[in-house]
Ligand binder design. Sequence first.
Ligand code: ATP
Length: 383
Amino acid sequence: MGGSGQPRSAASPRPPSDVARIELNSLAHSYAPKVQRPGDYALRPMNLTWQDGGAYALLGPSGCGKTTLLNIISGLIKPSEGQVLFDGADVTALAPEARNIAQVFQFPVIYDTMSVFDNLAFPLRNRGVRGSEIKKRVQQVAELLDLTPDLKYRASGLSADAKQKVSLGRGLVRSDVAAILFDEPLTVIDPHLKWILRSKLKQIHQEFKLTLIYVTHDQVEALTFADQVVVMVDGSVVQMGTPQALFEDPAHTFVGYFIGSPGMNLLPCRLAGSAAYVGDHPVPLGAETLARAQQAVTPESRVVLGIRPEFLGCSAEENTQSGGVAADITAVEDLGNFKIATATLGGTSVKAKLSEDALLTPGRGWLRFPPERTKLYIDDRAV
Ligand code: ATP
């Protein structure tokens, strides 16, 4: 968690009550008063649009800027550069309470001395919602989160899991929110309940069509929850895409490496003729990849070849067809329903994911790089 926020005052204009398309326009943030070098940015300059009703995951390692971005959207932090627009209206100067956004934090934010009912009712009472409506909404949310038996009890007596469910419920109880932001809300929840709650959030998304932004550093959580995953590294968004797009077409080496298990193989190489050379081994490239790479490459470029273990062929039989390269197989692990072969090519270790019945032992072997699955990255960006 980061970003303690700054005191803010409400200002006009007010966003419409059911807004939901959120645009970040040349947005950047530095906690330091002056930006002297790019590394001073907690968030580097970015443009990004979150569509109305989308289920988004914001995925990246600790410290990459996820919480900062979330707090800028909710209004807890005022960005040092750029604007936040809700349906085209500039809300950059608006206080959180004027934004129709609900936020659920990593640790429960609840009032221990109040009953569970009163905790859930709190955001509605704060906005002057009628008593009968409050009762209806609280009962609906309690039902959804299996909190009905706890409604009359004090929150202080609840388990950590149940407290976080109440905290989630407080985020979900308002019907007028344009978006709900979740900052690693299931960290303190036990794994089984985590799975149940994630499915519930998905169900809520499908029923109410709210824009949901869910921060996590766990790829499984991101890929199972979201329609669109926004991957961040080092203060920058490096790709926004469907789980399938992130898997099949990583736009950045970090996405290739971070998503997937094992992650993408990344092999330093150099371009010559129509191939990428990994050490002395030529790996043929697709015509389009080659043409783009030749345009983009400079003598200073860092060129890396990327292939997912799922797409890399590995066998004991000699394979001299296009994409076939001789390599040393150093290990073959049987992981039950698949095998992982590790090989060395040009001094770099690569992994291939094979079917459980693959017949392979360490020793001399052949790798095959299907050209249509072989990506090329120049200075970490896909060509
Ligand atoms: P985590 O997953 O650990 O919560 P994160 O991806 O949410 O990390 P942020 O908390 O947004 O990342 O932090 C981004 C960068 O900004 C980090 O380098 C962090 O140290 C710095 N940072 C965060 N909050 C503050 C603050 N209040 N003052 C100064 N620097 C901060």
